[in-house]
Design a binder for this molecule. Structure first.
Ligand SMILES: [Fe+2]
Length: 164
């Protein structure tokens, strides 16, 4: 449990990229939603998933190629633990791994880490990309059409879009 408003204020306050751009808070909000629905179904650590949503793109220097932004985000998250949120060492290790690897196109056997990656990839529709199923968990695959429509339209679709 943490104070979302306080964390957001801190993260947005230090952001170097445009708040209204492709990697800003509206993206984080969709990542948060996807992460929570998928994470609940696969037994992910939802605290880690939430923190990933708010922090994973927080250290971008630009909207394009910035291969170290995940590593910087992981370092930043460590400075905020016990200040703006409280997670255990094991949770921080998951968060660090999820952030460091989130833009490398890998898949992971850990449900928390893969949920974070699913959630981020499901919002690729905002840059015109529909994620390939092989980069998503089985649960994540069910949300491809729903998430794509949301990313493109900016309006959350009905859950009837979700594949059974
Ligand atoms: Fe992202």
């Amino acid at each position: 449990m943490f104070d979302k408003a306080k964390l957001l204020k801190e993260v947005v306050g230090q952001l170097k990229i445009n708040q209204r751009g492709d990697h800003g808070p509206s993206h984080w909000a969709r990542v948060l939603h996807h992460g929570l629905v998928i994470g609940e179904r696969v037994g992910a650590d939802l605290e880690v998933v939430k923190l990933f949503a708010f922090l994973h793109d927080s250290q971008r220097h630009n909207e394009y190629r910035d291969p170290d932004h995940g590593r910087r985000a992981a370092q930043y998250a460590q400075t905020l633990n016990h200040v703006l949120f409280e997670v255990s060492e094991a949770q921080m290790a998951l968060l660090v791994e999820a952030m460091e690897g989130h833009s490398e196109g890998a898949v992971h056997s850990d449900p928390t880490i893969q949920t974070c990656w699913d959630a981020d990839r499901l919002d690729l529709g905002r840059v015109g990309i529909k994620p390939e199923p092989e980069f998503l968990s089985l649960e994540g695959q069910r949300w491809i059409e729903f998430a794509y429509e949301w990313s493109v339209s900016g309006v959350m679709p009905k859950e009837s879009q979700v594949k059974n």
